[in-house]
Design a protein around this ligand. Structure first.
Ligand code: GAL
Length: 806
């Protein structure tokens, strides 16, 4: 009794202090709402009820993708196009409390993306449904929250009707979830819009529109003030305070910034605008928006300009999966992909064919990529039986608007794509696509003025989408043969290659001769009739889709004409699903410049030699062949006049690129030993490279991309496993099964080896090497300290690697 009596006033005082400090400082609270969920596969209709007992359900933290945990089967309804992994229905529940002291606040739940057809309940009250699995959305929980008591959120996810996608989608709450608390007066969701209409080296105009919500307290007078911080965190401008009017009113402010630090892909300088809503001295809300200052222009004759300078967009298309992690978003995994691409000289990303995770755009802002942000892979007409066409009529306006509001402040976003290879583009009789294109463009224009394109695989003047006049940029998918004559078909129009190439390679697999370009299906069928058991494609750049080209073919044209503003190659990374042209047991794509595990294929170095200034000399293939085999040796190089190749010390001749060559080649009679290449400029050695015939596997070599990671339960260390001989040479055909053990607070988040036909699960503690390599992804726990990864394989000594969690 005594203690209780004492406790009450103490709690009251604490609440008052909390209330006061909440008003003074963090006026809004945004917390990750990812931990402590329960999950149950299959349908559990009663799980929407508050009283439902979920004690037996699996406990997990989001983001979560249940498909990636499943087994490959050709009978899974997604088909190989969808990665041959299971879909189905799943339910999630989370119990939580909101303090009684929050009673005067609004409580929102923000989902960054749920695949798909999510339905959400709070304490048994239905909040709504969102069919689109790639869109971010918010529900207002305020009216249904029991403050100071237990609440439960229930989410049904229905990915049972498949195929609904042409690639691997993943299933579940696969992006982050947030709980947002605001006062009754607050900045709306995605409530700021920043533009920089005038930019020069001397000054920039920064305009910001702030949407203020006042809900039930519309009459409270508030003052809106914004402070602009430069990339070093220094205050460079402040707004005059402006009163906002009624609920949902927009306050416009404008600033002049002297000598702005411009955003570009080498120096992606970011500014921050902090907008505060105040009543007297009390801060009611504080809302931060990151933005960049840059100018750009697409010109019909001269191509793309960034901050007044000519700039070629050297981009890639990517799907959203993160290889063995599946669709479950992880910021470090995204960052690693972008780092690998940046190293190659890539400067652009197309979010094919849907709105991306918000973290991807944050990273593109920070790391410097020119993003084409895409909305749809189809409109009203289907590509697959259960795809988004089913939701089109009811949802497309809302989905597109939400994407625009969410993404338009990102300085990395330069182009809006309203669709990829939309079926409505073709028909002569049904011209409905023209009106839809105009409607979508008018939605974009309501929210932003960046250029609009659509990825057209029939880029002719009678294409309905082009006829509509809705496009600022004529988007070419493929047709590199027609690039040069673009202006004959489209006089005065601006060009972008929304998608190119679709060449195929399997890392570390070489088929000779290397100089005969093969396009399937014609040759392919002959060659692989009855099934090529290996289902691998030569890693020489000589195989492509019939609608596409080799990497070299498209790049040669793109490079030649300044009016071609740039391209997005299909694809940067291999992705799960779409193993075209193979059928089962292939279950992931061959199109990547980098394989699914994140290991570059050889052609990566062709781009690096062309797109960067760092010296490159890359020779391939490996040097383990049967005696007497005639082997094609290719080299990609730059910053040099010539390359000389030696086999066991004997010169095989000097070669140099002539004309528009992008590689050089020797045809060599194999003998075991050392192949050595030397590149020279003005007679001086630039680089030397050696490849040795490898002996038998003798040890496991582990290298981590980062040996110190955060002890935050999310960070990752990507560990490359190489099977090497006793002199440390990669054994190019090694397929040893490697088993992993972890000591310390971490787990194995996934394993892979990049082989498109592997039936081994991605969530496992072991993996076979493929062509000498595999990958283990280590995810930190929350206890700082050392983590040891032990890798074992029969007949080889154990290898160990230590990672620090900090
Ligand atoms: C394109 C399509 C992509 C992918 C690619 C494979 O036509 O836009 O999504 O399917 O083909 O080559």
């Amino acid at each position: 009794m005594k203690t209780n009596r004492l406790r009450l006033p103490v709690i009251l005082i604490l609440c008052l202090i909390a209330q006061f400090s909440f008003g003074q400082t963090g006026a809004r609270a945004t917390e990750k709402f990812n931990s402590g969920w329960r999950f149950n596969p299959g349908d559990s209709p009663k799980a929407k009820d508050a009283s439902f007992n979920d004690a037996s359900w699996r406990q997990l933290d989001l983001p979560h993708d249940w498909s990636i945990e499943g087994k490959f089967s050709k009978n899974n309804p997604a088909g190989i196009g969808g990665g041959a992994l299971p879909g189905g229905i799943g339910w999630y529940r989370k119990n939580f409390t909101v303090a009684a002291s929050d009673q005067q606040k609004n409580i929102f739940i923000d989902f960054d993306g749920v695949y798909c057809n999510s339905e959400v309940w709070i304490n048994g009250h239905y909040l709504g449904k969102r069919p689109n699995g790639y869109i971010s959305f918010r529900y207002d929980l305020t009216p249904f929250i029991a403050f100071g008591k237990q609440n439960v959120i229930s989410v049904k996810v229905d990915n049972s009707q498949q195929p609904n996608s042409r690639w691997y989608s993943g299933s579940g709450i696969y992006r982050n979830v947030w709980l947002v608390k605001t006062r009754k007066v607050y900045v709306d969701n995605w409530g700021t819009y920043i533009t920089t209409p005038k930019v020069s080296a001397q000054s920039a105009t920064v305009n910001i529109n702030i949407t203020v919500r006042k809900k039930s307290v519309a009459k409270v007078p508030v003052v809106v003030s914004t402070i602009i911080y430069d990339p070093q965190g220094k205050v460079v401008a402040k707004s005059d305070n402006t009163s906002a009017g009624s609920d949902s009113s927009v306050t416009a402010q404008s600033f002049e910034i002297a000598s702005p630090e411009l955003w570009n892909t080498d120096h992606p300088k970011l500014y921050k605008a902090v907008s505060q809503l105040k009543s007297g001295n009390q801060v009611l809300d504080s809302y931060s928006t990151t933005f960049g200052i840059r100018s750009f222009e697409f010109d019909a004759d001269r191509g793309f300009f960034l901050n007044g300078k000519p700039f070629k967009i050297l981009g890639v298309c990517d799907h959203h999966d993160l290889g063995c992690l599946g669709a479950a978003v992880n910021t470090r995994a995204l960052e690693r992909q972008l780092e690998i691409l940046k190293e190659m000289g890539c400067n652009g990303i197309r979010t094919s064919h849907n709105p991306p995770a918000p973290e991807l755009l944050d990273l593109c802002d920070k790391m410097g990529f020119i993003v084409m942000d895409e909305a749809f892979d189809m409109w009203k007409q289907q590509k697959n039986k259960f795809d988004y066409h089913l939701a089109w009529d009811k949802w497309h306006v809302r989905d597109l608007e939400d994407q625009l509001k969410r993404d338009r402040n990102h300085p990395s976003v330069f182009i809006w794509s309203i669709g990829n290879e939309i079926p409505e583009q073709y028909s002569k009789n049904d011209t409905s696509g023209r009106n839809i294109a105009r409607e979508l463009a008018s939605i974009v224009r309501k929210f932003d003025n960046r250029p609009i394109t659509s990825a057209c695989n029939e880029p002719n003047p009678d294409n309905n989408i082009i006829v509509s006049g809705a496009l600022d940029l004529i988007g070419y998918n493929y047709h590199h043969q027609d690039y040069a004559s673009f202006h004959e078909r489209f006089p005065g129009k601006k060009f972008i290659a929304t998608e190119s190439t679709s060449a195929l390679e399997t890392r570390g697999f070489y088929d000779m001769p290397s100089d005969s370009i093969r396009r399937w299906p014609i040759k392919w069928d002959e060659e692989f009739k009855g099934g090529n058991q290996e289902q691998m494609v030569s890693a020489y750049d000589n195989v492509s889709a019939p609608w596409g080209s080799t990497h070299e073919e498209t790049w040669k044209v793109m490079k030649k004409h300044p009016f071609l503003s740039g391209m997005y190659i299909w694809t940067g990374f291999d992705y799960i699903g779409e193993p075209t042209p193979y059928s089962w047991p292939s279950r992931s794509s061959y199109f990547g410049i980098i394989d699914l595990a994140g290991f570059p294929k050889d052609v990566y170095y062709m781009y690096q030699s062309e797109w960067t200034n760092k010296p490159v000399l890359h020779i391939f293939p490996h040097w383990n062949w049967p005696a007497g085999k005639v082997v094609d040796v290719w080299a990609y190089y730059n910053n040099a006049d010539e390359v000389e190749l030696f086999l066991n010390g004997k010169s095989l001749g000097v070669k140099k690129k002539t004309g528009d060559d992008l590689h050089i080649q020797w045809r060599v009679n194999f003998e075991p030993g050392t192949l050595k290449a030397i590149s020279r400029k003005d007679g001086k050695i630039v680089l030397e490279r050696e490849i040795h015939t490898a002996g038998k596997a003798s040890s496991i070599n582990l290298t981590a991309d980062r040996k110190t990671i955060s002890a935050d339960g999310e960070d990752l260390s990507f560990v490359t496993v190489n099977i090497v001989d006793e002199r440390g040479n990669l054994v190019p055909d090694a397929d040893n099964l490697v088993t992993f053990k972890i000591k310390g607070d971490a787990k194995i988040a996934g394993v892979d080896n990049g082989l498109q036909t592997s039936m081994e699960p991605f969530k496992a503690n072991d993996r076979k090497a493929f062509n000498g390599k595999c990958l283990a992804v280590i995810q930190s726990g929350k206890t700082p300290g050392k983590v040891t990864l032990v890798a074992s394989s029969v007949g080889l000594p154990d290898a160990e690697l230590v990672i620090d969690l900090k």
